[in-house]
Write a protein that binds this ligand. Structure first.
Ligand code: DGT
Ligand code: CA
Ligand code: CA
Ligand code: ZN
Length: 587
C-alpha cells in the first residue's frame, strides 16, 4: 500500500457520495447516480473495514450494492488514496458547485444550468449573477426563485459544520473500540450529544477510566483517520478526523467515572438542573463527583446511578437529558418507559428494485426476517416520481403478481411466511392534495404511505391545505417525512405542522419518524407535538437497500428523545393491532 494511513469506511462513503453529487450536477443518468449513492450507503453500513477487505483480496462485488466498476474504484481508492471516477469528475466539474447545490432552490439540474449558461462555479459567482438579476431570466427560474436563492446563499454560509448522527456513529465506532482496548482502560463510553442521540453532532466526546492516561491518549493520536492532533494534555486529548470532525477524549480515575460521565454527557442544561438540585440539598455536583461541604471524598462518583441516587433520583436515560422536564418527572417517579429497538416488530416503509431500491423483494424480506420482524410493508414509489421508476396501476398489478409468487415460494420453503408481508405503496401527494393512484387501488392496498416529493416551495397556507387534504383521504395511513428536510442540505417545507398533526389525529393517520439519518423527520420536538395532538407515531427505515433497514435504530433514538414508549408507536404493536389501525378488512 502506498498510502501510509488506512482509509476508513466513512471516508470511502463520503467520496462515493461526493461522486454522486458531481455526477448529478454533470447531468449523468439517474441510475449511475443511484449506484454511487447505494454503494455509499452499503459501505457506511458495513461492519468490516473495506481497507482490510481489499488487503486480503476479498471480492467486493459479492456485497450488495457494489458492482464491478464500483469495486474497482474502491480498490483503487484504498490502494492509491484516490477514486478514479471522482478524480475525473473533479477535473471537469467545478467543486464550488457542491456548495451551490446546498442552496435552497438550487438542485443539481439548476446548478448544471447555472454553470453552463452563467458560468457559475461557486457561491460567490452565484451571488453575483443573482444580484445582477441574471438568474431570473434563465428558463425555469424566475424572480421568486432568484430571491430565494439569494437568501439561501446566506443560509449556507451560516451553516455550522455539524455532522449527522449516522455519520458520526460510523466514524466513532472504531475509535471507541480502540479506546476500550487500550492498555489500562477499565471502562469507556461515548458521551456528549452523540450519547444523547441528537440528530447532528458538533463534536464527539469520549470518556475513559484509567489510572495512567498516557497509553490510551497515544492510541487515539495514532488512530486511523486522525488528520491532526489539536491538543494533548494530562486529562484531555483532542484530535481532528480527516472529514473535519473533532473528537475529545477525557481520561479520569475509575472512582470518578460516573460523575464524569454525567457531566460530559450533558446536556449543559440538564447539568445545570442537576447542579441546582444538589445545591438545594446542600451538596455540590461537579465532573469529579457529588460532594457534601468541603469534604475531600465524594458521596457519589463511581457510577452514574450512584450520582442520580444520591440526588434522590432514578437514573435518567441520556436521550431525555435535555432539560425538558426530565428531572421533575424523575423526581415525581413519572419517567416514561422508553421504547427500545427490541420493541420494534416491523418496518412499514422500504423500497425494492420495483422502484429505486437496490435489492429485490425476497432480499428485503429475508433482511426483515433476520431482524426478527413480525411484519414488513413493501412501499415502493408511485408513478409521479418518474426517475425512481415509480409504479402506476398497471405496474402495481404486475408487482402483485410477482408478490403472489414470492409469498407462495416463502410458504413452501419455510412452512410459515414470517414476516407477514403487507402490500403498500409510498404514494405521492400531488400539488393539489390529490393522491398519485386510483381510489380502487388505494383501497386494495394494505397500507398507504403518503408523502410530498414535489412543490416544496408552496406558500404555507397552500402547502398545509394540500397535505391536510391528502390526510382526509380515507385510504391514507401514514404521513411520511412530514417536513421533507434533508439534514445539512435542505430545510423542510413551510407548513403549519400543528394543523397537520390535528388533521392526522382526526383521520387516524400515523405521523412518520423517518429513521434515515439524512432525514430524522419528524424530529424529536415535532414528535412530541404530534403525540400531544393525539397522533400515533410510526418509525420507518425508508430503506433503499437491505442494509438501510438498520437505520431503524436512529429512529428509535429520536423517538426516545421524544419520550415515546411502545404505546405511541404503531410498529411496536402486534400485527393484529396494526391491522386494526390500518382499517383494512384484509385481502
Ligand atoms: P455538541 O458537541 O454541540 O453536539 O453538543 P454536546 O452536548 O456534546 O456539547 P459539548 O461537546 O460542548 O460538551 C459535552 C458535554 O460537556 C455537554 O453536553 C455538557 C458538558 N459541558 C461542557 N461545557 C460545559 C459547561 O460550561 N457547563 C456545564 N454544566 N456543562 C458543560
Ligand atoms: Ca460534543
Ligand atoms: Ca466536546
Ligand atoms: Zn420512501
Amino acid at each position: 500500500m502506498s498510502s501510509s494511513r488506512r482509509i476508513g469506511n466513512a471516508e470511502i462513503a463520503e467520496r462515493l457520495e461526493r461522486s454522486a453529487d458531481l455526477l448529478e450536477i454533470d447531468g449523468a443518468n439517474a441510475f449511475r447516480v443511484r449506484a454511487y449513492r447505494n454503494a455509499a450507503e452499503a459501505v457506511a453500513a458495513h461492519a468490516e473495514s473495506f481497507s482490510a477487505m481489499v488487503e486480503r483480496g476479498a471480492d467486493l462485488t459479492e456485497l450488495k450494492g457494489i458492482g464491478k466498476d464500483l469495486a474497482a474504484g474502491i480498490t483503487a481508492l484504498v490502494r492509491d488514496g484516490a477514486l478514479p471516477a471522482l478524480e475525473e469528475l473533479s477535473a471537469r466539474v467545478p467543486l464550488g458547485l457542491l456548495d451551490v447545490v446546498q442552496v435552497q432552490g438550487v438542485g443539481p439540474k439548476r446548478a448544471h444550468t447555472l454553470w453552463q449558461q452563467r458560468d457559475v462555479t461557486g457561491l460567490d459567482d452565484l451571488e453575483r449573477v443573482a444580484r445582477a438579476g441574471r438568474v431570473a431570466d434563465l428558463p425555469g427560474f424566475g424572480e421568486k426563485t432568484q430571491a430565494k436563492i439569494l437568501s439561501g446563499i446566506e443560509a449556507v454560509r451560516r451553516r455550522d459544520g455539524r455532522v449527522r448522527l449516522g455519520d458520526a456513529e460510523v466514524l466513532v465506532r472504531p475509535l471507541l473500540a480502540l479506546v476500550e482496548g487500550a492498555a489500562g482502560v477499565k471502562r469507556a463510553a461515548v458521551a456528549g450529544s452523540l450519547r444523547r442521540g441528537r440528530e447532528t453532532i458538533g463534536d464527539v466526546d469520549l470518556l475513559a477510566a484509567a489510572q495512567d492516561p498516557a497509553p490510551v491518549m497515544a492510541a487515539l493520536r495514532a488512530a486511523d483517520g486522525v488528520r491532526e492532533v489539536l491538543g494533548s494534555g494530562d486529562t484531555k486529548t483532542s484530535v481532528l478526523l480527516t472529514g473535519g470532525l473533532q473528537v475529545d477524549l477525557r481520561v479520569v480515575p475509575e472512582a470518578a467515572y460516573g460523575a464524569a460521565l454525567v457531566y460530559f454527557t450533558g446536556s449543559k442544561a440538564h447539568n445545570v438542573a442537576l447542579r441546582q438540585r444538589a445545591i438545594e440539598r446542600g451538596l455540590k455536583l461537579s465532573e469529579y463527583g457529588l460532594f457534601a461541604g468541603d469534604d475531600e471524598e465524594p458521596i457519589a462518583a463511581r457510577d452514574e446511578r450512584d450520582v442520580y441516587a444520591a440526588l434522590e433520583l432514578p437514573w435518567i436515560a441520556p436521550e431525555l437529558r435535555e432539560d425538558r422536564g426530565e428531572v421533575e418527572a424523575a423526581d415525581a417517579g413519572r419517567l416514561p418507559e422508553l421504547l427500545t429497538l427490541d420493541d420494534i416488530r416491523g418496518d412499514l416503509h422500504w423500497h425494492t428494485t420495483w422502484s429505486d431500491g437496490a435489492d429485490d423483494v425476497e432480499t428485503m424480506l429475508e433482511a426483515c426476517a433476520a431482524r426478527g420482524y413480525e411484519y414488513a410493508a413493501i412501499t415502493d414509489h408511485s408513478q409521479a416520481l418518474r426517475m425512481t421508476g415509480g409504479l402506476d396501476a398497471a405496474k402495481l398489478a404486475r408487482q402483485w403478481e410477482a408478490l403472489d409468487i414470492v409469498e407462495r415460494e416463502r410458504e413452501r420453503e419455510r412452512g410459515e411466511a414470517a414476516p407477514t408481508l403487507l402490500r403498500g405503496l409510498e404514494v405521492d401527494i400531488l400539488k393539489d392534495g390529490r393522491l398519485d393512484l386510483d381510489d380502487d387501488w388505494l383501497e386494495r392496498l394494505d397500507i398507504v404511505v403518503a408523502s410530498v416529493h414535489s412543490f416544496f416551495d408552496l406558500a404555507q397556507a397552500d402547502q398545509t391545505e394540500r397535505i391536510v387534504r391528502a390526510l382526509g383521504h380515507p385510504s391514507v395511513n401514514v404521513l411520511a417525512h412530514p417536513t421533507g428536510r434533508l439534514l445539512g442540505r435542505r430545510d423542510g417545507i413551510d407548513v403549519d405542522l400543528d394543523a397537520i398533526f390535528a388533521a392526522a389525529a382526526e383521520h387516524g393517520v400515523a405521523i412518520e419518524c423517518n429513521a434515515s439519518p439524512y432525514r430524522l423527520d419528524a424530529s424529536d420536538v415535532h414528535l412530541m407535538r404530534a403525540v400531544r395532538a393525539g397522533c400515533t407515531i410510526v418509525i420507518d427505515s425508508d430503506a433503499h437497500a437491505a442494509a438501510g433497514l438498520d437505520d431503524m435504530r436512529f429512529g428509535v433514538l429520536t423517538a426516545r428523545r421524544a419520550w415515546l414508549g411502545v404505546d405511541q408507536v404503531l410498529n411496536a404493536w402486534p400485527l393484529e393491532r396494526v391491522r386494526a389501525f390500518l382499517g383494512r378488512s384484509g385481502r
